[in-house]
Structures are given as C-alpha cells and as structure tokens.
Design a protein around this ligand. Structure first.
Ligand SMILES: Cc1cc2nc3c(=O)[nH]c(=O)nc-3n(C[C@H](O)[C@H](O)[C@H](O)COP(=O)(O)OP(=O)(O)OC[C@H]3O[C@@H](n4cnc5c(N)ncnc54)[C@H](O)[C@@H]3O)c2cc1C
Length: 747
C-alpha cells in the first residue's frame, strides 16, 4: 500500500489529503531539481513557444516556493516593494521577482548578482529589479545556504552591530550564516559539546564499519521548496526518495490482510474528514481534543469495532501522534492541522550519510562556542548581556533559539521578564515526544527493497511502541534499522531500561521474520533516545495543544524591544516541528535583526548591495596567469582550495584572434583592446566546460544551457567578483603559492 507519496507516511502530516493551496504542476519543480542534480538528460534547444512559456514557468516555480501567481506575499507588502498595489507596477514586479527566484533556483551554487539580473531584464525595470532583488536577498529567498561564495559576498565592513545567538541547531546556524553574510559580528553559544541540536547523526556500529544514524530530525519532508534540498544540492549530497511500499504486520507477526488494510485506511481518512466538516459547520471549543472527537465519531459510526480493525485504526492514530509528537488527547481539535496548507510538496527523502552533513557545512566559518549553557539573558536600551555559567557576553542584540521545552522549563532567565503574552503562548503551545531505537545489524534481513514497515500493537495504550520501522540501509552505510516510539509509549520509553527495550523490539522483529524462515541476528549496537530527559530540548517538537492555536507560534516569534529575538521550529507558524521550519525561522530572524539594526540610530552604515566590482587592473593582473585555459576561456581560482565546489572567475575575450592567447598581451591601445566578459563558476563546472566538444561556441552554449550561467560585462561585476578577485590575489601573494606555469589547455 502507498503510504508515503507526497502526503504519505513519512510526512509530518501523514495519510491525509495534500494541501489545498498547491495548484502548480509539480513536474516543473521535479524537472528543475533533476537538472540541478546533473541529470544526464541534455536539454533540447528551446523553441519559440518554449521561450514564450518561460515567464509562465518562472511563475510556477515562484508558486512552488510560496509566492502567489498574481499577488504579493505579506512580507513583500510590508516591505513596500511597490508604490501602488494591484496595478501595472505590481504586475511587472511579480514578473521580475519570479525571474530572479527562478534564475537562482537554476543554479543554487552560485551567488546571483543584481548585475546578472540587469543583463536579462530591460533597463526600464531597474527600480523593480532593485526592489525585488533586495527583498529576496535580505529575506533569505536567494543566495542562502552553504555555497562558499555566500559568506563573503555582501559583507559590509561598515556594519558594526553584534549579535549573540543562543543555540547551534538549524535555526541558530541558519541565522548565524545569514547575519555574517550581512556583515554582523556574530557569536553562537551552544550548551552541548556538538552542533545540530535536535538534528543529531550518531556514528554507531563497529570500528571500521560505522553507520550514520539520525537520532533526531531525519526525513526531509517534501523536497520542492525545501531549503534543506537546496543545501543538499549545494553540497552535491545525494538524496534517497523514501519508497511507497510499507507493509503492515499484525501483533502476531502475520501480514495484515490487504482488504482490511485498505478499508481501515479509508475509515481513518473519513473520520479526519468528518472532524474537518464539523469544525467548518459548527466549530469546536478550544478545550476539545482531536482524540476525543475521533473516538466519539468512531463510536457514532460504529466503525473499526473488531479487535483487528481497532488495532489497525490504532496504528493510524499512532502515526498521527508521531507526526505531531503528542498524544491525540492533547491535540487541539480546532487547530491541530493549522499548518497543513503550507506542507512542502515533492518526495520525502533521506540524506545520504545523515543530516550531520548539513550541520557540518552550516558550521563552517561560524564562530560557535560549545559547552556554554546560557542561564540568563538581559536586554535593554543599551544592548544585551548573555550569561553562561561564570562568563558574560555582550552584544547589541540576542537571538534565542532554545527549544520550546527549554523555555517551558524556564531554564533561561530573562531580565526583564518576557511579556505576559509570550509567557502565556509558551505555556499554551504543546511540546511532545518521539523516541527512537536505532539498531545496527550484521546484514539487512528485512529486504533491500523496503524503506519502511509497520507493526500493529495489541493494546491501544501501547499503539505507538515500535509501530514503524525505518530502514536506512540505502543511506547510512550499513544495515541500520530505526524503530519509532510515539505517543504515550514514547514517555514510557524514557523510564524503561534499554536492555528491556531491546529485548522487546527484537521480539517484535523475530515475530515477523521467524515464520518467514528468516533469522533475526542480534544487533551489533543499539541506541535508545531519550529526548524528553535531554536538558537541552526536554522533548522532541511542538504541536498545537488544546487551548492553543497557530497564533501562539507567531507570538513566540515576536521580538522584544528590538533587542531580544526568537527563532526555532516552535516560532514557525507555517512549518512547525520540522527541520526546514527551524532553518527558515533562522533566515527570517536574520532579516528581522537586519531591519531592526538599520532602524537603530547608532548604526553607522546601512547595508546595501553596491556594484563594486574588481578593478580592471586587478583583473588584468590576475588573468595574466590563468589557472586553466580552454580555447578563449580563461579561469582563475583561489589556490588555497581544490574543493570542486570552490568558485573562481571565468573570462572570455571577444575580438581577438584565437591563435594569440589573451593572457600574454596586456599592453594594447584601447582601440585594439578586446572586450572581456566574465562569469563566476565552480572548479567542477570549469572542468565540465573543459571536456565539452565543439570549440568555444560549443563551450559557450554549454555554459548557458547546461550550467545556466550568463557572461557579464565588466560594468556589472559586483561585490562577489571583487571579493573573489581580492582573495585570489591575496592567496597568490602568499609565499607558499607559486603561479603554475604549465597551463592545461584544450580546444
Ligand atoms: C526524534 C526526532 C525526530 C524528528 N524527525 C524529524 C523529521 O523526520 N523531519 C523533520 O523535518 N523534523 C524532524 N524533527 C524535528 C526537527 O529535528 C526540529 O524541528 C529541528 O531540528 C529544530 O531545530 P531548532 O534549531 O529549532 O532547535 P534545536 O535543534 O533544538 O536547536 C536549539 C539549540 O539550542 C541549544 N540550547 C538549548 N538550551 C540552551 C542553553 N540554555 N544554552 C545554550 N544552548 C542551548 C540546544 O543544545 C540546541 O543545540 C525531529 C525531531 C526529533 C527530536
């Protein structure tokens, strides 16, 4: 049975209808991602019709990223991107904005400059380009992530503001990178001795044969607009699509009858539909729980009465408790699914090697101080003071990304105390548990073609115990199986001896596989999580509890006095309880901090992207000694890194004879000087260009069509090119570096 799909079992919101607002053709995004991942499929030449369709396609891409086809998002309205709503200016803005979004998504590895956009959009729209570009850049819609170019690109040396970030989870790291790129001074204080927070990939198994086990956040739920998908592409880390097949087993180990399986799945979905209908017709009081309504409806309709049907329904309910990290008796019947319309579409995926690869990349270049448990945050007109043990840190602003569980426990003291409405929201929102038992086996005994299988429990109160198994053999480097423990069972696990747990889970597995004649070996190593007892999270993730609503997420996100800011999954109304929600909340707060900082009178210089390209002299100097030469294309790279992702500059000289290599002659009078065109690209892209046949024209075609890069005139070169050129020049001046004389050539 298909339980995964785009609304499937691996989803945070499993087994229910897809979000109603999704109206774009998902193939558009699939194709874009496939092209990005370097599909071998060569793109055909565009016909005239296809070109005409480009604007439409760009609109669809923007739609998939959450931008309406014919309107502005709230943030754009707030930012005042157009002077008049609804008119021609707005329409033109939307076209330009969509073009910028689509252009960057085509190649998320390279910083997209305003100059590049100016080259492709008529000059009459320069003002709109600026509005759209600055909005998208400073709100984290373009040029974000872990590509090495982003950090140094828009650094403004005049920015003197400093920010302390509490917590090096996804929210904290995303914010830190973004703020650094805006030119802020940033320090991250992390209580643990590792980064990642609730994203934690542990190396388990035997020496020489370790596997990567994601003990916290694991599934990238919906790849399309997902910023984590962007990071994976930037790092060239493959993703594994979680396959649909998910067999279910009865408590005695026999396979669940297909017909009953289908029938009960239909019943489950109808019950949820009924909840929605009643809600729309008469509403529920805020005190009513989803669990109580579902049970009343089940009794009313007399469904799932037999023990086997009840067990099967319980399995679906456990799945819902997993998605929400909360017992159904805690979830608000009115608002539990308030984030449904924003669910990310596309496949649900595991990241090969585990999510620590994202964390590792996000940490690069970010100053994180580990083992600094923050116990007090003071804030006021003069700035902030953050106390960790006997150390005090001062800055202009502080961003707190501590999990909701930590805030609920009041483990951090705020001085002055937080506003009452925020305290009340912290109290009301739900924060529950999901635990995992990770086991590395000597071999895969459950079948290579399975990513998931489920198991029914006899009693309702234990329905969440080992109800679902994830197989990570495709991505972890070994025979790793992770059993999920949700709902009430997740709480029980915290106080159960690990040996007892292992004994129980092996009994479940042997019950399923022994009758099939398959021997279940003892695992090489097992780990049981206890997220509830973890003093840096006190639970797994948030949900909308009875009495609460989606508004509470927004209240949690509110800053206090433009000095104290909040990010983290529980501050994300649209994407709570997810890794991408945490990441996006970090980007969101970085832009809030930037705005607040710009409004502060003492801020010496406002940020802005200026066209400050490298000087002609510098470029002439550098291209005298290219690192690679290929026809008329010359390349220079920073000699300190041979990482294929490291970026450099390409130069094409037009108006010269092929036989006279450009790098040899530098002293011409201007009438005979060639026109130089430039592009920024990675080493890996340069290597690909080198192997293209068809001479310069073949390579230029490949540059544009396959790599999605455009050549730029010197006047539109910006800060990225400048900082690249400067850093290459600096590296070449280092004594250890010698300009390589033997250039590799290809025609
Ligand atoms: C078991 C489990 C499974 C999950 N599965 C998925 C999934 O499949 N897909 C998905 O999208 N999401 C999943 N999630 C949710 C996802 O992992 C989180 O939403 C996300 O990682 C939260 O990131 P964050 O930055 O908001 O918080 P965190 O990652 O918790 O970061 C906060 C940081 O603050 C630090 N900190 C706390 N208190 C202090 C203090 N006093 N001083 C200094 N530092 C402090 C913490 O150590 C931590 O590093 C799962 C979570 C869990 C626990």
């Amino acid at each position: 049975m298909d339980r995964n799909g785009s609304g499937g079992l691996a989803s945070k919101r499993s087994l229910r209808k897809n979000a109603g607002l999704r109206t774009y053709d998902e193939n558009v995004m699939d194709e874009l991602i496939e092209n990005q991942l370097g599909s071998s499929k060569r793109k055909r030449h565009k016909t005239k019709e296809e070109i005409e369709k480009e604007t439409e396609t760009e609109a669809l891409i923007a739609l998939s990223l959450g931008f309406p086809i014919d309107g502005l998002i709230d943030e754009e309205i707030k930012a005042g991107v157009v002077s008049e709503m609804g008119g021609k200016e707005q329409n033109d803005y939307i076209v330009v904005r969509n073009h910028i979004l689509a252009s960057w998504r085509k190649n998320v590895n390279v910083f997209l400059s305003k100059g590049q956009i100016r080259e492709t959009v008529s000059h009459e729209h320069d003002k709109l380009i600026s509005e759209a570009y600055d909005f998208l850049l400073f709100n984290g819609y373009i040029n974000f992530g872990v590509s090495p170019s982003f950090m140094s690109t828009i650094m403004d040396e005049g920015m003197e503001k400093s920010v302390i970030i509490v917590g090096a989870g996804l929210a904290g790291l995303a914010a830190a990178r973004q703020l650094l790129s805006f030119g802020f001074k940033v320090v991250v204080l992390e209580g643990r001795n590792r980064p990642g927070g609730r994203v934690y990939t542990e190396q388990i198994g035997q020496k020489g044969n370790f596997v990567a086990a994601d003990l916290g956040g694991s599934v990238i739920t919906g790849i399309h607009a997902n910023p984590l998908g962007v990071l994976a592409r930037q790092l060239a880390v493959p993703l594994h699509k979680i396959r649909d097949n998910c067999p279910l087993y009865n408590p005695d180990g026999s396979i669940v009858d297909k017909q009953i399986d289908t029938e009960i799945e239909v019943v489950f979905n109808k019950l949820l539909d009924k909840v929605t209908q009643i809600r729309q017709m008469q509403g529920f009081s805020k005190d009513v729980s989803l669990g109580s309504v579902l049970e009343k409806l089940r009794q009313l309709y007399g469904v799932a009465k037999s023990p086997s049907e009840k067990q099967l329904l319980d399995w679906h309910l456990a799945n819902l408790e997993y998605a929400n990290a909360g017992a159904l008796s805690s979830l608000s019947a009115v608002y539990w699914d308030q984030d449904d319309p924003y669910e990310m579409s596309g496949d649900h995926c595991f990241l090969v090697g585990g999510n620590r690869r994202l964390i590792k990349a996000l940490c690069e270049g970010v100053p994180v101080f580990y083992g600094k448990t923050v116990n007090t945050i003071r804030y006021g007109d003069e700035g902030v003071e953050v106390i960790a043990g006997d150390q005090s840190f001062q800055a202009d602003m502080v961003l707190c990304t501590a999990p909701l569980g930590v805030l609920k426990k009041k483990a951090i003291k705020f001085e002055p105390e937080l506003p009452q409405r925020k305290l009340a929201a912290i109290d009301r929102l739900g924060y529950g548990l999901l635990n995992k038992v990770a086991m590395v086996f000597p071999h895969v005994f459950w079948g290579e073609d399975l990513d998931t299988f489920g198991r029914l429990n006899e009693c309702s109160h234990k329905r969440g115990e080992f109800f679902l198994f994830y197989s990570y053999h495709t991505v972890s480097g070994g025979a790793l199986l992770i059993a999920l423990v949700a709902g009430g069972a997740a709480k029980d696990l915290e106080t159960t001896d690990p040996t007892t747990l292992l004994h129980r889970v092996l009994k479940v597995l042997r019950g399923i596989y022994k009758p099939k004649g398959i021997d279940v070996p003892n695992p090489i190593q097992t780990i049981c999580t206890r997220w509830g007892g973890d003093p840096f999270s006190y639970g797994s993730y948030s949900h909308v509890r009875v009495q609460s609503s989606g508004v509470d997420y927004e209240v949690l996100a509110e800053n206090v006095a433009s000095r104290l800011f909040f990010a983290g999954e529980a501050t994300s109304r649209k994407y709570p309880a997810t890794m991408h929600g945490a990441f996006l909340s970090g980007l969101r707060e970085a832009s809030c901090i930037l705005r607040a900082s710009n409004a502060m009178p003492s801020c010496i210089k406002k940020l802005g992207l200026k066209n400050v390209g490298p000087s002609n002299e510098l470029l002439t100097d550098l291209f005298q000694y290219p690192d690679l030469l290929c026809g008329k294309l010359l390349f220079i790279f920073d000699p300190r890194s041979d990482d294929p992702r490291s970026i450099g500059i390409l130069r094409l000289s037009v108006g010269k004879s092929n036989s006279q290599p450009d790098y040899e002659d530098t002293n011409h009078d201007s009438s005979t000087l060639p026109l130089h065109l430039y592009a920024v690209l990675s080493r890996e892209q340069a290597n690909r260009l080198q192997s293209v046949s068809g001479g310069d024209s073949g390579r230029l075609l490949y540059l544009e069509k396959n790599l999605g890069l455009k050549l730029m005139g010197p006047s539109v070169l910006g800060k990225l090119e400048n900082s690249l050129a400067l850093s290459i020049a600096k590296a070449r001046r280092r004594p250890k570096y010698r300009v390589v004389g033997g250039l590799s050539t290809s025609k």
